[in-house]
Write a protein that binds this ligand. Sequence first.
Ligand code: HEC
Length: 120
Amino acid sequence: MRKILISLATAGFVATGAFAGDVAKQVDELAHKYGCSGCHSVDKVVAGPPYRVIAKEYKGKPNAKETLVKSILSGSMMKWQAKAKKYGIKIKMAYMPAQHGVNKEKAEKIVDLILKLETK
Ligand code: HEC
């Protein structure tokens, strides 16, 4: 499957749904690997905000990447209570503890992908 997707992409189908779906899949894979999936998923509220909603909130904002990487490495508190209302979702936890399972490089890698998620 991966091979097929890669050859489709190189054949010039980069903007197709297949590619967009692949970003979500990559986010999901990394989230599992990095131990985030107990609290996040791409489209559903688990304990924290869904990655696609995070993408909606931060895409195109200055310092989006730096802000999110910092939150992952140092933790984040109460930022999403007000934002959640804006998106009509309910966040079940008021804070995310600092994620010691990832370093800066890994945090940047997953944030780059999160910000590439398709949003409407
Ligand atoms: C124990 C549960 C938990 C785990 C594990 C967790 N998160 Fe979170 N995450 C949350 C909660 C809750 C919030 C909302 C925090 C807030 O309101 O400030 C959040 C917020 C975020 C945000 C938005 C931060 C911001 O500044 O707006 C990002 C990005 C994020 N998490 C990514 C990750 C990644 C990547 C991992 C894995 C390395 C991870 N989280 C692991 C619970 C978790």
